[in-house]
Design a protein. Structure first.
Length: 763
């Protein structure tokens, strides 16, 4: 306090007071650290919290005491005094707060006492009321107990209850109110009722018997039925035994008549038993079926429950109509789906739900509710809905985009599958290839169950499963020239086209039954010349090792040969012209060259075979006539006559085969003559080669001298000509004929048998 007064009296200087001069570096660093510590800690704490500020400065004061060792005792004592003073102030504050709270509590004690007294008075009044009620209840209980004791002391007397006659106020049936008051009419009615009563008593004695008599009759009937069943069983046993003996006797008699080797009488009897048992079983099954049908029909005609069933069905239909008219469509759908004998599981009911327009935002439509209830009750009903109803239910689920319901119905086998159902699901899909909505996968599942292989392929291609479709087609052989156009319209890619022409055995045997010409016509219809050109290029280089292809492809030569019967020359020319018009001239020329070479080779083969057959038949006929003239005067032995007849028959067959071959040759010449100028050039070359071949054949043909017997020569048959279809060329020996080539066909291949050593130009 003295310091505060002195500071107030002493005037402050006008200049800023400088801090004490610090002479040592350690004091300067200590002062800097202290100021930094104070600033850091004050920034961390709340400025309004005096307690935290006190703790910061207390820590700083401790550091100062530790640093100034010379003044440590005095500074420590100063610190202690300050802390005692501060603690005293805090203690006074705490006591003041405590006393203040105590003062408030003492001030509120009078009001608390008044409230306690008031509550005590209320409880006393309530206790008094409860005591009064207990006293009244106790007095009532004592009175009741006294009355009970008095009643128990009284003697018990059994009194018969008095019968009270009930007055019937109803009118007599069949009489009006006026007639009930007329005595004559009442007397007449009484006589009628009395007569009816007598008749009932008489009929009771004459027509009816006690129930015990019925039980006796039932026991007697059971005994008779058991005895009848026993007799029937014995008769059946004897009848069966007689039939077996009869069969055994007949089998033994037949055995004695025929006596087959390696068989005994017992074997014959056993065989006869087996045959007879099979025949008897079939007859019994047929008779049982007819008898059960007749019995069932008679029971149905005489069934008295039919009328009750009809009434119950009418009530069921009326209940459905009530629910439907009241707007309870969910309940009406469940009610109709669970109808007895499926009377409401019809398309008429479904059409009724379809006509209802559901409000927007009301959830699923009444139609879908009925379809869902119908599918849920399939197992309980024991039969699936028909095809039309199944399609309507599927259409309802697809119309509201509820594919999960369609998946559930199909997985649980609740629908009757049909092609129309599968096509409906497939047509609902509006996705580009590949399908993302799942409709095509659902349609594929339907078609797989129906074994509709063509539709399965379409669904797989719409899902982008190209390799899967190819494997499926190879498995079921369902890809052919008829449906290849539809498949290419969905998946027009080079990989799929190459997969259609996949082959085995080194590119000689196609896996799928697809015509190359039909495939190219389908690609022309889709306007895809690039795919045709790439396909021809791949088929020219058909070896798998050439480009590391995943599968071997059919060679172009083999494909053209296989298409000779199904694709005409004009169709090949149309394909070549299309390729030339769309920038694929080179591939078109390759195709034209291959078809021309194949036609030329087949024409040469037919011509050579015809010449051989004609020359051979002429020589044989000449020799046979010369032999006949030489031996006409002598007696011919049997062997020579047989040889002549056989040779004449051979010559006749050879002439017939040659006549059959000539129309084919004329057809080949006509086909080649109709080709374009490019084909005519090849025709000239082929005709010249064929002419040389024919000349060489004529020159190299051995001359048969008159009078020489051709015993070792046999005319070639039609089977041999059909089997020899592979070509190789050999030159005729010098000195025996002019230079030329002889063409021979072997192994069903109209081009070279060694394709690696001989290309198309050499052929």
């Amino acid at each position: 306090m003295s310091s505060s007064r002195s500071s107030s009296v002493t005037p402050t200087p006008s200049y800023h007071k400088l801090p004490p001069i610090i002479t040592t570096e350690s004091d300067r660093l200590f002062l800097k650290d202290v100021n930094t510590f104070i600033d850091t800690e004050l920034n961390k704490i709340d400025h309004l919290d005096e307690e935290q500020r006190y703790m910061v400065y207390k820590a700083v004061f401790n550091k100062v005491i530790d640093h100034v060792r010379a003044y440590k005792p005095i500074l420590t004592s100063i610190k202690k005094e300050y802390e005692d003073t501060i603690e005293t102030i805090k203690k006074g504050q705490r006591e003041a707060n405590f006393l203040q709270g105590k003062l408030k509590a003492m001030a509120s004690e009078p009001s608390t006492l008044r409230n306690y007294k008031k509550r005590a008075d209320e409880l006393e009044e309530r206790v008094n009321l409860v005591r009064k009620e207990n006293d009244s209840l106790q007095s009532e209980l004592e009175e009741i107990q006294a009355i009970r004791k008095d009643r128990e002391r009284r003697p018990k007397t059994a009194e018969t209850p008095k019968r009270q006659l009930k007055k019937d106020s109803r009118l007599i049936p069949g009489l009006t109110l006026e007639e009930t008051t007329d005595m004559k009419i009442l007397q007449k009615k009484f006589d009628t009722l009395d007569r009816q009563l007598k008749e009932v008593n008489i009929s009771l004695k004459a027509r009816f018997l006690p129930k015990s008599h019925k039980l006796q009759l039932k026991e007697t009937l059971d005994e008779k039925v058991a005895y009848r069943d026993k007799l029937l069983w014995q008769s059946q046993v004897y009848k069966t035994r007689g039939q077996k003996l009869k069969i055994a006797l007949e089998a033994a008699q037949a055995y004695n008549q025929m006596k087959p080797p390696h068989q005994t009488v017992g074997d014959a009897v056993i065989i006869a038993f087996h045959q007879a048992s099979g025949t008897l079983r079939a007859e019994m099954e047929k008779a049982d079926g007819e008898q059960s049908e007749a019995t069932h029909a008679s029971f149905e005609d005489d069934d008295p429950n039919k009328e009750k069933e009809a009434e119950m069905m009418l009530e069921y239909i009326e209940r459905f109509n009530e629910l439907f008219e009241d707007g309870h469509f969910e309940q009406a759908a469940v009610h109709a789906a669970n109808s007895p004998k499926g009377i409401l599981r019809t398309q008429a009911t479904l059409a009724k739900f379809r006509d209802v327009k559901s409000p927007v935002g009301s959830g699923r439509s009444p139609l879908l509710a009925f379809c869902d209830a119908l599918m849920s009750s399939v197992k309980a009903a024991g039969n699936k809905p028909n095809e039309a109803l199944s399609m309507d239910c599927m259409g309802a689920s697809l119309g509201e985009n509820r594919l999960e319901l369609a998946y559930h119905w199909l997985s649980q086998d609740r629908l009757t599958l049909s092609h129309g159902l599968g096509r409906m699901i497939a047509e609902h899909c509006s996705c580009p290839v590949p399908c993302r909505c799942g409709c095509q996968a659902l349609a594929q599942a339907v078609f797989v169950r129906l074994k509709a292989h063509d539709d399965v392929l379409l669904s797989m291609l719409r899902q982008g499963k190209m390799q899967g479709a190819l494997q499926y087609g190879k498995l079921w052989f369902c890809i052919n020239s008829d449906n290849v156009g539809e498949l290419l319209a969905i998946s027009p890619c080079q990989q799929f086209v190459d997969g259609l022409m996949e082959s085995e055995n080194g590119g000689r045997k196609p896996i799928l039954n697809i015509s190359l010409g039909k495939l190219m016509e389908a690609l022309i219809h889709l306007d895809l010349p690039e795919l045709i050109g790439n396909l021809i290029k791949e088929m020219l280089d058909f070896h798998q090792e050439s480009k590391g292809r995943a599968f071997p492809i059919l060679s172009l030569q083999r494909a053209v040969v296989l298409d000779r019967d199904s694709v005409s020359s004009q169709q090949w020319m149309n394909i070549v012209e299309y390729l030339g018009a769309h920038g694929q001239e080179e591939m078109g020329l390759q195709l034209l060259a291959m078809t021309t070479v194949v036609d030329t080779l087949y024409l040469a083969w037919a011509t050579v075979n015809e010449d051989k057959k004609v020359s051979f038949s002429t020589n044989v006929q000449t020799r046979s006539h010369s032999d006949a003239e030489a031996h006409r005067e002598d007696d011919c032995d049997d062997d020579s006559s047989d040889g002549m007849s056989s040779r004449s028959r051979e010559s006749t067959s050879i002439d017939h085969s040659s006549r059959e071959t000539s129309p084919e040759v004329s057809m080949r010449q006509k086909v080649i003559s109709n080709k374009s100028p490019a084909v005519s050039i090849l025709k000239k070359q082929s005709s010249s080669s064929v002419g040389d071949t024919a000349t060489s054949n004529e020159v190299s043909k051995p001359k048969v001298k008159k009078g020489v017997r051709l015993s070792g020569i046999q005319s070639p048959s039609a089977d041999d000509d059909a089997g020899n279809t592979e070509i190789f060329s050999t030159s005729t020996p010098r000195g025996k004929g002019k230079g030329g080539q002889v063409i021979k066909f072997m192994n069903n291949d109209p081009y070279t048998s060694n394709p690696e050593s001989c290309d198309e130009s050499e052929v």
